[in-house]
Ligand binder design. Structure first.
Ligand SMILES: NC(=O)c1ccc[n+]([C@@H]2O[C@H](COP(=O)([O-])OP(=O)(O)OC[C@H]3O[C@@H](n4cnc5c(N)ncnc54)[C@H](OP(=O)(O)O)[C@@H]3O)[C@@H](O)[C@H]2O)c1
Length: 303
């Protein structure tokens, strides 16, 4: 691997990727929207603020740095926000991807792009890469739209679809199910968690490793990268409470129809990850191993 430019380096996946890239040694430039919040980059010169919606800024930075790979982890990721602010969602999840593709075409860079299980309608998960998307939310639609534009762009690409990513980094952009359950129960708050949606949750570290494998193996096409255990959010909450020895009585089982949310959720997604295992040698941890890694980091960041 030669030179990597990464977008969204302040995000959960972005920070995990920087950790791996630093260990493996390729030259890199980290970019994100705001000021750098990744402690691994505080003393380094290789961070730039970059709004990927700004086409000239993207083209200029890529011209200067000339990356072999662009890892695009930046996105508008909150599903209800996307439903309520469709123009903002389109400009980050679709138009900005076109900016990156133009830059890739100019410099012969390859693109590794992140997508989602929400491209599917959730009627018959787990899904393979060959299954036909049919998004039920604007977020899912925007990610599917970007996938199609990438596939028709002539740029050398890999698309990593992932599901319900959990884990911890410092100064996070947003929470995730494991941290939300842990923090709520520690504060003695009752939580209502749905039992009628099914997912194969993904440890952020595993996703970052999968993305690196896409680059080191020169993989092309779509890959499903997630954990292997099919669970509903209620199960995830119970297992998280068990692991951290928290009060399970605070967790109330709910069905999604009792929730008023702007965007529809696909009922059952989950991935069949055999392609990633066979082609890349991808091997995600179990959910318990994921909790152990996350718990270790929570302690480390506290001290
Ligand atoms: N998290 C999940 O459960 C999940 C599930 C399926 C798919 N995915 C996909 O996986 C990818 C990574 O997700 P994640 O959870 O790591 O996301 P995240 O933690 O929300 O981070 C996304 C980052 O994008 C950056 N960003 C926002 N607007 C930007 C702009 N205009 N220009 C440049 N950067 C901008 C933000 O940077 P600043 O902090 O600097 O503002 C933010 O840190 C996304 O493509 C997402 O759609 C995630």
């Amino acid at each position: 691997l030669k030179k990597i430019l990464i977008t969204g380096s302040n995000g959960l996946l972005g920070q995990k990727l920087i950790g791996l890239i630093k260990k493996n040694g390729p030259e890199f430039l980290a970019t994100s929207f705001g000021e750098n919040r990744n402690p691994e980059l505080y003393e380094k010169q290789n961070y730039r603020s970059l709004d990927i919606r700004n086409k000239n800024a993207v083209l200029n930075l890529v011209r200067q740095f000339q990356p072999d790979y662009i890892f695009n982890t930046a996105a508008m990721t909150q599903v209800d926000d996307c439903e309520n602010n469709m123009d903002d969602c389109y400009s980050l999840n679709v138009s900005a991807v076109e900016n990156l593709l133009d830059a890739c075409l100019n410099h012969g860079s390859s693109l590794i792009h992140l997508s989602t299980d929400f491209v599917f309608d959730g009627q018959d998960g787990p899904y393979k890469e060959t299954d036909i998307p049919n998004p039920v939310s604007y977020y899912g639609w925007s990610k599917y739209e970007a996938e199609k534009i990438i596939q028709n762009s002539g740029v050398d690409f890999a698309i990593a679809r992932t599901i319900l990513v959990y884990g911890i980094v410092q100064n996070m952009s947003r929470s995730n199910i494991v941290l939300w359950v842990k923090n709520s129960l520690e504060d003695g708050k009752k939580i209502h968690v749905v039992n009628d949606q099914w997912r194969t949750p993904t440890l952020a570290e595993d996703l970052a490793e999968g993305c690196m494998l896409l680059a080191t193996k020169n993989a092309n096409g779509i890959f499903h990268l997630s954990g292997e255990e099919m669970m509903n959010p209620y199960d995830i909450a119970i297992r998280t409470a068990d692991y951290f020895k928290l009060d399970k009585d605070l967790i109330q089982e709910a069905d999604g129809s009792n929730f008023t949310q702007a965007a529809k959720r696909p009922p059952k997604t989950g991935f069949d990850i055999s392609k990633a295992k066979n082609v890349l040698g991808f091997q995600p941890r179990s959910f318990d191993e994921g909790l152990e890694i996350t718990s270790g980091l929570i302690l480390k960041y506290k001290s």
